[in-house]
Design a protein around this ligand. Structure first.
Ligand SMILES: *[C@@H]1O[C@H](CO)[C@@H](O)[C@H](O)[C@H]1NC(C)=O
Ligand SMILES: *[C@@H]1O[C@H](CO)[C@@H](O)[C@H](O)[C@H]1NC(C)=O
Ligand SMILES: *[C@@H]1O[C@H](CO)[C@@H](O)[C@H](O)[C@H]1NC(C)=O
Length: 291
């Protein structure tokens, strides 16, 4: 089942696409910025550090994490997701601190059958508590090209962006009793694994291992952020003039684009799931105009 001849058209897509990778110019270098933490040879840094690939087969997935820890910043990554039949696979890309009451800011890309849409699953954990899921479909095929997935985390808010379009905002409402991540440094993590008990159509579609190995590609990792080490902390200043992460909020144009995403592409919002919270929805749902 692993010979090329035996692989279906939808699986073969993966092979032909992987040949068109090496055209991205990049400043960042994965050798300097990340450590491969899982999956041995399944995670590879390619093209002199400009590209990284994760793969998943029936034995194992793979993953990496940033060398640095960040406390506020803007993190950008270009990702080309698993193509062809990616049902049952999950590509996670998130920020997380360590320990019991950890903070976490999550993107998870849930694969699908060939031609069916990926689901972008997002969540925010503060002080160990999540249950703040929002899910989206995308307005493009995320397996054809690289797209930029960003997290802006500053003292006012957390903004999730896709190709610089805000898809989700979590505001700092700590003064009104909603914990906000602001003291625990976080690393960037990414991994590719199979979670076919739940990932695709609630677990109906299983991972088809005859399509393995599944591969996701990364490039242009940028962290304009405050980095934390045992002895010191320092901040990279402005990301660029248009998107100064330190003060980035939502201007009228961004609010309009966020509403467009929410109207046409959001498929789940915990704040609208009244049945799930019979005792009353989470506090931030009542405080934020973006929820
Ligand atoms: C898995 O993929 C193979 C190759 O495309 C195909 O022949 C087979 O029917 C698929 N299995 C299932 C359960 O869909
Ligand atoms: C997969 O496709 C189905 C049908 O279009 C869709 O309902 C679902 O949201 C898609 N994504 C996942 C991860 O199941
Ligand atoms: C960014 O702002 C600085 C200071 O205001 C200015 O000198 C520089 O030309 C700007 N750069 C760009 C790319 O607009």
């Amino acid at each position: 089942m692993t010979t090329l001849m035996g692989v279906s058209a939808s699986c073969r897509l993966i092979i032909s696409l992987s040949l068109t990778l090496f055209f991205i110019a990049s400043a960042a270098n994965f050798h300097d910025d990340i450590d491969i933490t899982w999956g041995d040879h399944r995670a590879k840094i390619l093209n002199k550090g400009k590209m990284l690939s994760l793969s998943l087969d029936q034995v194992s997935g793979s993953g990496f994490q940033s060398k640095a820890e960040y406390l506020f910043g803007r993190i950008d990554m270009q990702i080309k997701l698993v193509s062809g039949n990616s049902a049952g696979t999950v590509t996670a890309y998130y920020l997380s601190s360590l320990g019991l009451n950890h903070d976490e800011i999550d993107f998870e890309f849930l694969g699908n059958l060939s031609g069916e849409p990926y689901t972008v699953h997002t969540n925010v954990y503060t002080q160990g508590k999540g249950d703040r899921e929002q899910q989206f479909h995308l307005w493009f095929d995320p397996t054809k090209h690289f797209h930029t997935y960003s997290i802006v985390w500053n003292p006012q808010s957390i903004i999730f962006l896709v190709d610089n379009i805000p898809v989700r905002v979590f505001e700092n409402n700590e003064a009104r009793g909603v914990p906000f991540p602001q003291s625990q440094p976080m690393r960037v993590y990414s991994s590719l694994w199979s979670a076919d008990q739940w990932a695709t159509r609630g677990g109906l579609e299983k991972t088809n291992w005859s399509c393995a190995p599944f591969k996701a590609y990364y490039s242009n990792f940028k962290a304009a952020a405050c980095t934390v080490s045992a002895s010191s902390s320092s901040c990279a200043s402005l990301y660029n003039n248009e998107t100064n992460w330190e003060t980035l909020g939502l201007d009228a144009d961004s609010r309009r684009r966020l509403r467009w995403v929410q109207k046409y592409y959001m498929i789940y919002n915990y704040c609208k799931d009244y049945k799930r919270f019979p005792q009353g929805r989470p506090r931030e749902c009542r405080l934020s105009r973006f929820l």
